[in-house]
Design a protein around this ligand. Sequence first.
Ligand code: GDP
Length: 332
Amino acid sequence: MSKAEFAPEATARLIEQGNRRALARAITLVESAHPDHRQQAMALLAALLKDRQAIRIGLSGTPGVGKSTFIESFGLHLVGSGLKVAVLAVDPSSARSGGSILGDKTRMDQLSRHPGAYIRPSPSQTHLGGVARRTREATSLCEAAGFDVVLIETVGVGQSETMVAEMADLFVLLLAPAGGDELQGVKRGIMEMADLILINKADGDLKSAATRTCADYAGALRLLRKRSQDSEDFPKALTVSALEGAGLRQSWEEMQALVAWRREKGVWARTRASQNAFWFNAELRHALLTRLEHDPEAAEASRQLQQAIHAGDIAPSLAAERVVDIFLRPKA
Ligand code: GDP
């Protein structure tokens, strides 16, 4: 998409009509770091209809817990009931390896071939912040394209969960059946974010362990969190089997019940408003840093001061102030 031929309004209308090619190209555009592409991406996002709203579900769990199996069967359950489902990912490991947790679509073979579904790999950017900001914009594009549900997958490492929670309407944590002492292994911060904890693999030999684990987590959730302005019925723990399809309908009913409650009580709108404030701050910081990095004098001062910091010659806070002073100094 060169600058001359890009027409934000026309592209926006194509996306809103559900044109997959236009959607895929638009997501590629928002993922690009090229300054011309950023301009085009912002014009496109501004041209989109704002009245379409999907249910945005954040989904986390450590590798091997069954996320892709769950997304495949849960996604098929949703498209089977006539809903349109988009799957996006925030994967910090893709920043390191250049690969992607969703790169291999065979992980969700049936879902990826279903006309009601759209699966998009995690953008391969250099750092988590960049990946998350672009995934948030991709979420808006999917919403404008008329998807009813946007699933945003991430792996259980901490910081990526926080970012996904800041772009989701509800947060689901997938866990495997375990002994009671392993309860401690889940970071408290991630537990606190979860609206729904799903103990997966509740089938065969693992079924009774899953039921026990579920009871343990239900107890832990009661002790851990009582959000003052949120539904008393949540957070909740349930057992599911992604492999056998058990518990999927109930999971979806619980998610819908929570979203309906939050919409009715105004919590949903307040959450989206405070998420927008979070992303405004993130974008502002990023925009300022980018300008600073592109200022030759400030960039040079930054390089020199980093050496001085390394040698212990200057305090980090003072060095930062100096770079900002140089950046803000009137240019000749
Ligand atoms: P991910 O790394 O979190 O995406 O996990 P996968 O979906 O790739 O699943 C990891 C392994 O767990 C695979 O061998 C799956 O077949 C298995 N698995 C996933 N869901 C279930 C389930 O509900 N029950 C059982 N028994 N195994 C499952």
